[in-house]
Design a protein around this ligand. Sequence first.
Ligand SMILES: [Zn+2]
Length: 164
Amino acid sequence: MKERFPFNRQDSAPVAGLCPPIYIVSPDAPMTGFCCSTTVWGTWTHWDTATKRSIACINDKKLCQGCLRQLPHRWKGFLHLYNPQFTREWFVELTPLADKSLKGATINQPSLRGLHLEFRREFRVKKSTILVACTGTWQGPGELPKPKEPEVSLARIFGLAERS
Ligand SMILES: [Zn+2]
């Protein structure tokens, strides 16, 4: 049946928080949040020197445009963070050095979940080293959101289709 008007219809409300945004740490202000993840979720990407953008590294090297073009590899890690004051969830993107700093700051912690983490740039310039500090633990009220993985958010950024 032909619709009378060109509405972009969806009768079920969108599921909130399924695909939180991914943020990098700003040089202007620290990022703080409670960690919902138990551990870092990491993946290889490529730096596309032509477009100056990151692209996914596909696990089948024969299908990976970045591997075929021999583009440089970049590791990226992600943590699911939560701010109860604004009931916001997001992923912070970690560089290898940020991951190292995180490991140093949480050396005695069996799990990252529930830790209050602060991420800031060593200097107020883009790409400056990200330093991580643990500044508390979750005391409630209630439970932290269940840990999410950044796969859906990343796939959207990279334009990857889900395997069927
Ligand atoms: Zn690759």
